[in-house]
Write a protein that binds this ligand. Structure first.
Ligand SMILES: Nc1nc2c(ncn2[C@@H]2O[C@H](COP(=O)(O)OP(=O)(O)O)[C@@H](O)[C@H]2O)c(=O)[nH]1
Ligand SMILES: [Mg+2]
Length: 284
């Protein structure tokens, strides 16, 4: 998938979100549990202009359970409603529905006091490409009404999906643009397979990945690639050992860096390396 956010695209996406925001009560911001910050858009809070927001950490099945716990603490402390979900299996969806209700309770109570009964809660899903918006909408609606995958440009009139007696969900999610202000954000998006790694130098991305894994998940490297290393081993040396182990060499016994990098990027994207999170909140 290719994300090219030209200023025109961005302006259009923003306009669409603003239009849809007029119709809704609650914003469900979908992020990737492995990179909750890098997969969210810092402009969201300005954009939603005071609407209630629930952070939904999707693909939590792929994230490190220990790091998920740190994020839970983080959002609790920040008083930010959040839910961990796995949109494919539907795990966490009940909790999401419950969270929508508790978040809106004060508003509903106020409306009830004014005599406005049977008030519907209307929700909108927002998120960057590939984060699982369509999958979540499908799971929540219990039918395959929304196409999953990456087919941009298919637009139709807005429809409401009935989630429960009180909750409705706009069937068209808002697409946010990822931020690339910081080089590491692009790298993390490439590691989770959210953007084509060809946007980056693949060998560079794979080297940075090894650097990250070496310090954060050394056992993942040991277990999968069965190579020895210590704190003095550079990422390049590590890549070379892995290449030799796999016999990724070309004529003359030279390392095939390109093939090794491709394999590494492939395995991290396919989550062959297990449950790995790429960022965590600052903890004291
Ligand atoms: N493992 C896992 N994969 C997911 C989850 N949610 C979505 N996906 C996958 O992520 C990819 C992108 O999902 P999609 O719903 O098309 O994302 P969208 O671009 O935000 O609409 C698809 O291959 C989905 O199967 C999840 O909770 N766990
Ligand atoms: Mg989609």
């Amino acid at each position: 998938m290719d994300i090219q956010w030209y200023p025109g695209h961005m302006a259009k996406a923003k306009r669409q979100i603003r239009e849809n925001l007029k119709l809704i009560d609650v914003v469900i911001e979908l992020v990737d549990a492995r990179i909750p910050i890098s997969s969210s858009n810092p402009e969201v809070d300005d954009l939603i202009n005071g609407k209630k927001k629930i952070v939904v950490l999707n693909k939590s099945d792929l994230a490190d359970p220990e790091i998920n716990k740190l994020w839970e603490k983080h959002y609790k402390k920040a008083n930010q409603p959040y839910v961990f979900v796995d949109a494919i299996s539907g795990k966490g969806l009940k909790e999401l529905i419950a969270t929508v209700k508790t978040t809106m309770k004060p508003v509903l109570d106020r409306d009830k006091a004014k005599g406005r009964l049977n008030r519907q809660i209307r929700c909108l899903i927002l998120g960057i490409p590939n984060v699982g918006k369509s999958t979540l909408i499908n799971s929540i609606s219990g039918r395959a009404s929304t196409k999953t995958g990456n087919k941009p440009g298919v637009t139709k009139a807005n429809q409401w999906i009935k989630v429960s007696n009180e909750i409705q969900l706009l069937d068209t999610p808002g697409i946010l643009w990822p931020k690339f202000d910081d080089e590491t954000i692009g790298l993390k998006l490439a590691w989770i397979g959210s953007i084509k790694d060809t946007i980056y130098d693949r060998e560079e991305a794979a080297l940075k990945l090894l650097e990250f894994l070496r310090s954060a998940y050394p056992n993942v490297i040991y277990d999968r690639y069965k190579v020895e290393f210590d704190e003095n081993t550079t990422a390049l040396e590590l890549m070379e050992s892995i290449a030799r182990k796999r016999n990724y060499v070309i004529r003359g016994g030279e390392i095939d860096y390109s093939r090794t990098a491709e394999m590494l990027m492939d395995e991290i994207k396919k989550t062959t390396l297990g449950k790995v999170s790429f960022e965590w909140p600052e903890v004291d």
